[in-house]
Design a binder for this molecule. Sequence first.
Ligand SMILES: [Cu+2]
Length: 218
Amino acid sequence: MTRRHWVRWGVLVGIVWASGCNGGGTQPPGPPTNLVTSGGDGQNWYFNNPLPTPLSVTVLDANGRAVPGVVVTWAVTQGGGGVTPAQSTTNANGVATTSDSIGSSTLQKVNASVTGLPNAATLTEAASAPPTTASVAVADFSFSPTAVVIQTGGTVTWTWGGAALHNVTYDGGPTPLPTNSGTQATGTHQNTITTVGRYTYHCSVHPTQMTGSVTVVH
Ligand SMILES: [Cu+2]
């Protein structure tokens, strides 16, 4: 080997040695020392309906590494509703989750805690009464707004305002799907929907440009 080769070899060995001693993600995490909110905080949804995003926290060790297998206890500390389950265990990424419904209160606080840790994570959620009606403009070439929410038994009204022919054609959601509209340039279409869920629709004349959804909640 030339001298230059030896220098390169030395650099390579140094890099391997350094990365091996840093540990990276290969060392097992230590005991949990902290937990932080990692999802579902600050949602604004509707009374007595599960929040769209589950609540989640990440449990960390003293070096900020995720700790799997830790039991997290969830508790509503302000407002109504409840979490299911009340205890969950962190996964391989150190994340524990639970689903949350806020009940009939406008503000809810949920605590996530781990036995032996002094600090807890607090998630704050808000809710209001769902609307019983929604209006969607059918324009050239979009539905506006693209997403609406109604209470079960509520009614959505589409009003045509463009020059081209359009329709409302359902393509997803709880079956049987609501009735489609005709293909028309003027007028309205209404659906009164009682089954809770998220319905998606499009205009079959402009299927990639014109899409929308109706979410029906309790
Ligand atoms: Cu169209």
